[in-house]
Design a protein around this ligand. Structure first.
Ligand code: NAP
Length: 252
C-alpha cells in the first residue's frame, strides 16, 4: 500500500475530499495550501473520524518554489517518507487572449505549470532515491484540445501538465528495479469552489464526493491516465479531440 500521501491544494474542493476519502482507507496524510485554517479544520475532522490516521498540515503557496522543496522535505521527515504525491493545487483564472488579461493568464500558468513542475521535481527526486513512489497529476478534460475564451490559458496549462506526466513515464520505460508510477487524471466537471460560479457547467456536473470517488479509484489502480468520472468524460474526450472546431466551439 502507498501509505503516506501528500496532497497540495487540500483546503477545498477535490483536494479536501481526496484527503477525506484516502484517510477513510487508512492513509497517513500531509496536506498543503495557503488557507491553513481550512487545513486545520479538515485535519481535526479526519482525526475525529479516523484516530489512527496521521495528518500533518503545512501552509504552502506553491508558487514559492523554495517553499515547495522545503515543505516536501518536511513532510517526508514527518511521515517517514512519502509513497504518493498528488499535485492538485490549481487555478482557473483567465481571460480571452488579447483582451488585456495577461496578469490573470500568467497567474494561472505560474500556478498550474511552473508551481506544478516544482512539486513534480521535489516528488520525483524523493521517489528516485527510494526507488518507489506514485506521482498523481490533476490535469483536466480541458487538456484534450485548445479551447476558446476564458479557458484558453487554463486548457493549455492542463495540457502541459499532462505532457509532463507522459514524459516522466517515458523516463521510466525499461528502468528495472523502480516501483514508480505516474497517473494523470483528467477530471470533468466536479463540484468545487473553482466552478461554483459557472452556470454552463452545471449540466454535466457531479457532486464532489462522487467525482472524487472516481479519482480515488483511478489513483488506487495506478493507471497511466483516466478521465474522471469515466462516464461521460472518456467518450467526450474523444469527441473533444476529433470534432471539427466549429462543432466543438458550440459545445464549450
Ligand atoms: N472541479 C473541477 O471540475 C475540475 C475539473 C478539472 C480539473 N480540476 C482541477 O482540480 C484541482 C483542484 O481544483 P478544485 O476544483 O478542487 O478547485 P478549488 O476548490 O478552487 O481548489 C483549489 C485548491 O488549490 C489551492 N491553490 C490554488 N492556488 C494555490 C497556490 N498558489 N498555492 C497553494 N495552493 C493553491 C487552493 O488552496 P488555497 O487557496 O487555500 O491555497 C485550493 O485548495 C485543480 O488543479 C483544478 O484545475 C478541477
Amino acid at each position: 500500500m502507498r501509505r503516506n500521501v501528500l496532497i497540495s491544494g487540500a483546503s477545498s474542493g477535490l483536494g479536501a475530499e481526496m484527503a477525506r476519502q484516502l484517510a477513510a482507507k487508512g492513509h497517513h496524510l500531509a496536506l498543503t495550501a495557503r488557507r491553513v485554517d481550512r487545513l486545520e479544520s479538515l485535519a481535526a475532522e479526519i482525526n475525529a473520524a479516523h484516530p489512527q490516521v496521521q495528518v500533518a498540515v503545512h501552509r504552502l503557496d506553491v508558487t514559492d518554489h523554495d517553499a515547495v522543496f522545503a515543505v516536501t522535505k518536511q513532510a517526508i521527515k514527518d511521515l517517514g517518507g512519502l509513497d504518493r504525491v498528488v499535485v492538485n493545487a490549481g487555478l482557473g483564472k483567465g481571460g480571452r487572449i488579447g483582451t488585456g488579461k495577461f496578469d490573470a493568464n500568467r497567474e494561472t500558468v505560474e500556478t498550474n505549470v511552473v508551481a506544478a513542475l516544482a512539486q513534480v521535481e521535489a516528488a520525483m527526486e524523493h521517489f528516485y532515491e527510494r526507488k518507489a513512489g506514485h506521482l498523481v497529476l490533476v490535469s483536466s478534460m480541458s487538456a484534450m484540445r485548445g479551447l476558446p475564451g476564458s479557458v484558453t490559458t487554463y486548457a493549455a496549462t492542463k495540457a502541459a501538465l499532462a505532457h509532463l506526466g507522459e514524459g516522466i513515464r517515458m523516463d521510466l520505460v525499461g528502468r528495472r528495479g523502480l516501483d514508480i508510477k505516474v497517473t494523470t487524471l483528467f477530471p470533468g466537471y466536479i463540484a468545487s469552489e473553482m466552478n461554483e460560479q459557472v452556470e454552463q457547467e452545471q449540466r454535466l456536473m457531479v457532486d464532489t464526493a462522487t467525482g472524487v470517488r472516481s479519482m480515488v479509484k483511478a489513483i488506487e489502480k495506478e493507471v497511466d491516465t483516466a478521465a474522471v468520472p469515466g462516464w461521460p468524460w472518456a467518450p467526450l474526450g474523444q469527441v473533444m479531440k476529433h470534432a471539427p472546431r466549429g462543432v466543438l466551439r458550440k459545445l464549450v
